[in-house]
Design a binder for this molecule. Structure first.
Ligand SMILES: [Zn+2]
Length: 148
């Protein structure tokens, strides 16, 4: 779908953070692309790797978490895990679920190299939550999972 423009948007966010916070290189970029976000993780990774060399993401490790889809079932009065927005409740088979998580595409973590010098393994990386980049509901209570 539109992974290239998503990648460009993410790069813009990172570049803006780089200007604001004065770093020039990123070591690790960790994203969350929820199972219900409609994002093709492989395509997004490919697109990011395509645009990265022109940016401060050059040489960065790109990690993409895929939080599972979550929804609230009024009948069960609990949060259930779903694979698709049109899934029924896996507990009671009922519809009428309200999606509560797994739709997000956001920057979860940005670890920057603040010392531009030659190979400095001890330059303590700073972690920036970058929460301002969240583009979706923030009703997330479960830890990211689905790492492979
Ligand atoms: Zn249910």
């Amino acid at each position: 779908m539109h992974e290239l423009s998503l990648a460009e948007h993410i790069v813009e966010l990172v570049q803006a953070a780089a200007q604001r916070e004065g770093f020039s290189a990123v070591r690790v970029l960790r994203l969350q692309a929820g199972a219900l976000s409609g994002v093709e993780v492989q395509a997004l990774r490919f697109a990011l790797e395509a645009v990265a060399p022109r940016t401060c993401l050059h040489g960065a490790r790109i990690e993409i978490d895929e939080p599972p889809g979550q929804a609230w079932c009024p009948a069960c009065a609990q949060t259930v895990t779903i694979d698709s927005r049109i899934d029924p409740c896996p507990q009671c088979g009922g519809f009428g679920l309200r999606v509560t998580g797994g739709t997000e595409l956001r920057v979860a973590e940005l670890i920057v190299a603040d010392a531009p010098g030659p190979a400095a393994p001890d330059a303590s990386p700073t972690s920036t939550p970058a929460s301002s980049s969240s583009a979706s509901v923030s009703d997330e209570t479960s830890p990211p999972s689905g790492r492979v």
